[in-house]
Design a protein around this ligand. Structure first.
Ligand SMILES: Cc1cc2nc3c(=O)[nH]c(=O)nc-3n(C[C@H](O)[C@H](O)[C@H](O)COP(=O)(O)OP(=O)(O)OC[C@H]3O[C@@H](n4cnc5c(N)ncnc54)[C@H](O)[C@@H]3O)c2cc1C
Length: 297
């Protein structure tokens, strides 16, 4: 498994703390070759990095822990809540919760991070995690911060077609932006009229690639988990005034495709059909725990 960088991490100015640690080491207050516990954190998301920052902050004097964080995504921990701003600035670094230099400024051995690395198995008995690349990492303490993943409606025929997206990661957005650029003048669709769906629809409109963006919602108004019918109806009116085409009480029965598995449209449960080239599902997300129950032997 490639070693990306090493360092400990704290919220305070590390420059000062680093000197402090060195001073303490010189005074013998911190044993240099201590048998520190290794904390392996799976998931370099918002929760994973918040945990690491806190742990290393409180551990700065005693130096009891070394942290290895393993993340599936190709990016350092970023602000997922602010993901939609990526459509404007297109700079991944703008979303980073800590710049790369922060990770690299840490004293050796405290914090090691691995990107593009999926943890696939946990061996609780021998205290090991295994990665998709075949790496095996020992832990004393294991922290799972694997968050959630956007769900596709796998029961819907056509959900694997080219042009079907979800809205969860920087890579999802990069793929959507690149795809939209090849579908200029066509119709883009968002399925799901919740907060995320509305956010995705606005972002797709702002891309200025699609001739029309349509939002499909199975309920009678959008934001149905947050608002009653009156308030939800007002939001529908507002977003329609912004140019978003909102289709209510509509359930997608299947995604229509051509012979090369490209999206060509959707058919609803009432058998009505609609043309489109791109569908972004913002319907649900579920905990990313698929490997947790697996014991590696
Ligand atoms: C567009 C958008 C807007 C949002 N807006 C808001 C908002 O306004 N307010 C709000 O409260 N919440 C919002 N959320 C939700 C919020 O982003 C999440 O609640 C938050 O990101 C959860 O953090 P997390 O670290 O638990 O999980 P995640 O952010 O999902 O991070 C988990 C990380 O673990 C990695 N991972 C998972 N499994 C493995 C594995 N086996 N091996 C290695 N790595 C793994 C994942 O790739 C991911 O990088 C929004 C989400 C989106 C997508």
């Amino acid at each position: 498994m490639p070693h990306q960088t090493t360092s400990p991490a704290v919220e305070v100015d590390w420059g000062q703390s680093n000197e402090k640690v060195e001073e303490m080491q010189a005074n013998g207050e911190i044993p240099k070759d201590s048998k520190r516990k290794r904390v392996v954190v799976v998931g370099l998301g918002m929760v994973g990095i918040a945990f690491i920052e806190k742990l290393l902050k409180y551990d700065v004097k005693r130096r009891e822990y070394d942290v290895i964080v393993i993340g599936e995504e190709p990016h350092l921990a970023y602000n997922r809540v602010g993901l939609t701003s990526f459509f404007q600035h297109r700079h991944v670094e703008n979303l980073y919760l800590n710049p790369k230099e922060w990770y690299e400024s840490m004293p050796e051995g405290c914090l090691e991070y691995h990107l593009n690395t999926l943890v696939t198995d946990i061996d609780y008995i021998n205290k090991l995690v295994k990665t998709a690349q075949g790496g095996i990492v020992h832990y004393d303490i294991l922290v799972l911060a694997t968050g959630s993943e956007a769900l596709l409606p796998r029961h819907t025929p056509g959900h694997t077609a080219n042009g079907v997206f979800v809205y969860r990661t920087i890579v999802d957005l990069q793929n959507l932006i690149a795809f939209a650029a090849t579908k200029n003048g066509t119709t883009g669709v968002v399925v799901g009229g919740g907060l995320l769906g509305l956010e995705a629809a606005k972002a797709m409109m702002d891309l200025n690639e699609f001739k029309k963006v349509k939002l499909i919602e199975r309920n009678r108004w959008v934001l149905s988990r947050q608002l009653d019918g009156d308030a939800g109806g007002m939001v529908v009116e507002q977003v329609r005034n912004l140019g978003l085409d909102v289709l209510l009480s509509k359930r997608v029965e299947r995604i229509n495709t051509d012979t090369e598995n490209n999206v060509t449209g959707v058919t609803f449960e009432d058998e009505e059909s609609m043309e489109c080239s791109c569908i972004c599902f913002a319907v649900s997300c579920g905990a990313t725990i698929q490997y947790v129950a697996t014991d590696m032997v």
